[in-house]
Each structure stands twice: as C-alpha cells, then as structure tokens.
Design a protein around this ligand. Structure first.
Ligand SMILES: Cc1cc2nc3c(=O)[nH]c(=O)nc-3n(C[C@H](O)[C@H](O)[C@H](O)COP(=O)(O)OP(=O)(O)OC[C@H]3O[C@@H](n4cnc5c(N)ncnc54)[C@H](O)[C@@H]3O)c2cc1C
Length: 392
C-alpha cells in the first residue's frame, strides 16, 4: 500500500532489509527458538550487515537514519516470524542503546555503543523488578556513591537478552522518591552495568512465548560500577525513561505491524490452498468475513503507527499516539493470531505450526513495554483532561 510517509529511499531500504533478514535471520529462527536464543556469531553478522545501527548515531558507526526508516526495519524484523527474535534484536537496536545514543558520552560511545553497533557487545534494558514494573516509583534497586563508583544492590526481572547481554542499561535508585507528583517519580538514574562485573548474577527464566529473547532475572549484589557509567545527570532517569518509553511503544507497535502482515499472508495462503469439501476455505463466507475485518483493522493500525512515528520524527513527543498505537496493534495481533489458529483447524494447533508460535508470542506484546491497562490509563487521562481554562 502506497503511503505519504515513506519515500522511495525508505522502500529501497525495505527491499534491502527484507533480503538481509531473509538470509541472516529467517533460516535460523527455529533453531534460536529451540536453543539459547540469538547466538554470538549471529549478532556479529547482523552488525557486519549494518542491521544493528539503523537508528544509532554515526559517531558510533550507526546509520543515524530517520525514525520512519526504523519503522521499516522493525516491520521487516516483525515479519521474521518469532517474537523472541524480534524482541532480542529490537531491545538491542532501539531500546537499551537508545539511551546511550541520546547522551553522547565519548567513553560510553567507545566502550558500549560502537561495539553494540558492530554486534560485538549485546545490550539489555533492565527496568522491571520483582516488586515494580508498570509503576516506576516502586523501583528499588539502589546505586549508592562510593569513591568514584556506585555500589548497586537489588534484583531486575524479565530482562530480555539477560542471558546473553554484555551490558545492562539499568534504572537504579540514586535517591529516595520524594513522593511521585505530577512530574513523576524522583531519584532514578540510568547506569550502564557490565554483565561480567563481580556480583552480577543471571538466572534464565522460561516464558510462555518469546523463547529466543533470553529472558533472565538479574541480581546485583554489591556490584561496583564506575561513576563514569552514569548516563547523563544523576537523578535524571525518570525524564529519560519517559522519553524512551514513548519510542519503546512505537517500536512495539511497528514490530506488531510486521508480525501481523506476515501472519495474515500466511493465513491467506492456507485459506487459498487448503481444500475443504472440494473447495478452499477462502471461498466460504465465514472465514472470508473474518479475514476482511482483520485486514481492515490492520490497514487502520498501519496508519496510526505511521502517523505516530511521523509525529515523533517531526520533533513532537507523541505520548498519547504512541500509547494508542501500542495498545491497538498488540491487541489486534492477539485477535489476528487467534483467528489464524482457529481457521486452520488442527493444523494450527500443532506445536510446530507458525500460528501456534504466533499465538504464544502475541500475548507477550500486550504486557512488555507497558501493559494494555497502562496504555488505556494514559490515553484516558489525555482524552479526559479538562480543557485549559482562561488565565486568571
Ligand atoms: C516477554 C516480556 C519481556 C519483557 N522484557 C523486559 C525487558 O527487557 N526489560 C524490562 O525492564 N522489562 C521487561 N519486561 C517487563 C514489562 O515491561 C513489565 O512486565 C510491564 O511493565 C508490567 O510490569 P509488571 O510485570 O511488574 O506488572 P505490574 O506492574 O505488577 O502490573 C500488573 C498488572 O496490573 C495492572 N496495572 C498495573 N498498573 C496499572 C495502571 N496504572 N492502570 C491499570 N492497570 C494497571 C496491569 O494489568 C498489569 O498487567 C518484559 C515483560 C515481558 C512479558
């Protein structure tokens, strides 16, 4: 479908990325899902092909492309058919490293960002904790200053890439919360923690879907982190996270879009090729109408995601639109994969069926990067905010 948001250069980039992912990722997805996730050599290959630095700055070897180029990349990544692979790569390319890209510290650029672009070091984002996820004011991992270092203590949970990451961009508490007010929680900072430091413990966790994402619980036990690993100013973490989470939601939405395109195409093939009582199910009204509804919703979702990304690219911070995009696409993906599984009959229920994997994976996306309920909360607050009154 032609779109006013994308130029010819974007479409050429799409063709190149699709071909590169078809070579470097798609043939390996099943093995990565069944094994230990995306292996080291694959990260290096993705780096060598320029696929890890699409959004990252030139000063670190990245492509520094606009956000709509990232949307193209993420949609194509979304089409590779495994939520865990999408999550692993996008956490690295667009979530954890985003905070380093925004800051421009020469040491962090040289030691973390540039090797991440080359695929030599893998990044994870460690925000969620056993006691707090959606509500950042509850974050309790502490980082106390101690002679040129921070001493970090506490536990992070559901860290994607946790099993393979070389460094974590972690949200840590550098001061107690002085009471969450209209400007959010205070006392949070972002710290880059090398995974091989003494006191870092990694425990893999098994998840329903996203099996290649390398989810882990990470423990910090008196980990001494050089103070130079702080991203930006101390206690500026909440501000940075609020901006980063808007991007994270757009990333989740673009990945979901790509996943849905692939899922719908897969379902279309099945409905056209399968024979039921001598004709393909595509000729029956019940499946045809369900597919028609989903294709219509997918077309609407595409516009919402692309418009939100365009707003972001134009310099706005589209908090409400990105929440709408994330909510709508990830919930639509659940409905689509449910229909895809159902319309295939028993073939869809086989463990090996792409529809079964898509079904498991889709559930994760309505929780990760902010649950649907939180998205509704944010959207509801924005929509129901009283109009600004006359100045008094
Ligand atoms: C597959 C997967 C991968 C993940 N990867 C990462 C990662 O790499 N790094 C990372 O830091 N985190 C990661 N997460 C964690 C994810 O970001 C959190 O699960 C999410 O933010 C919710 O936090 P929580 O799980 O602690 O739920 P809680 O905060 O305990 O919330 C539980 C439930 O309460 C409800 N709720 C909470 N707040 C509100 C509200 N304001 N309004 C209405 N209802 C509400 C929602 O239904 C929510 O699902 C991942 C999660 C999943 C499932």
């Amino acid at each position: 479908m032609r779109s006013p948001y994308f130029t010819e250069a974007h479409e050429e980039f799409r063709t190149r990325v699709r071909a590169a992912l078809a070579e470097a990722v798609a043939p390996n997805v099943d093995a990565w899902e069944a094994g230990d996730g995306v292996p080291r050599e694959a990260w290096r290959e993705l780096g060598a092909r320029g696929l890890l630095g699409v959004a990252l700055p030139r000063r670190a070897g990245g492509g520094e492309h606009d956000l709509l180029t990232s949307v193209v990349f993420l949609e194509e990544l979304g089409r590779v058919g495994a939520g865990g692979v999408r999550a692993a790569i996008s956490v690295h390319t667009h979530m954890a490293t985003h905070y380093l890209a925004m800051d421009g510290d020469p040491v962090l650029d040289a030691e973390c960002l540039a090797p991440a672009v080359r695929g030599e070091r893998v990044a994870a984002l460690a925000i969620t904790e056993p006691g707090a996820g959606a509500d950042l004011s509850g974050l309790a991992v502490t980082a106390e200053p101690d002679g040129g270092h921070y001493v970090v203590n506490g536990v992070k949970s559901m860290v994607s890439n946790g099993t393979v990451a070389d460094f974590h961009v972690a949200a840590v508490r550098t001061a107690p919360d002085r009471g969450s007010g209209p400007h959010g929680t205070t006392g949070l900072s972002l710290l880059v923690i090398d995974a091989d430091l003494p006191g870092v413990g990694v425990e893999p966790v098994r998840t329903l879907g996203w099996r290649a994402a390398g989810a882990a619980t990470v423990t910090y036990d008196r980990v001494r982190v050089p103070a130079s690993r702080l991203i930006g100013r101390v206690d500026s973490g909440f501000y940075r996270l609020m901006r980063g989470l808007v991007l994270e939601r757009l990333v989740a939405a673009a990945l979901a879009l790509g996943g849905m395109e692939e899922c719908l195409e897969d379902l279309r093939r099945f409905l056209v090729e399968r024979q039921v009582s001598g004709r393909p199910p595509a000729r029956l009204q019940a499946p045809a109408h369900r597919v028609a509804d989903l294709a219509t919703e997918l077309a609407a979702a595409r516009q919402l995601v692309h418009h939100s990304a365009w707003l972001h690219q134009e310099g706005e911070l589209p908090g409400t639109e990105s929440s709408m995009a994330k909510l709508y696409t990830t919930e639509l993906a659940c409905r689509l994969v449910e229909t895809s599984l159902q319309l295939r009959g028993s073939a869809g229920y086989l463990e090996s069926s792409p529809a079964a994997r898509a079904h498991r994976d889709a559930r994760a996306a309505t929780i990760a990067a902010g649950p649907s309920e939180v998205m509704r909360d944010l959207i509801g607050r924005a929509v129901l905010r009283p109009p600004p009154g006359p100045a008094r």
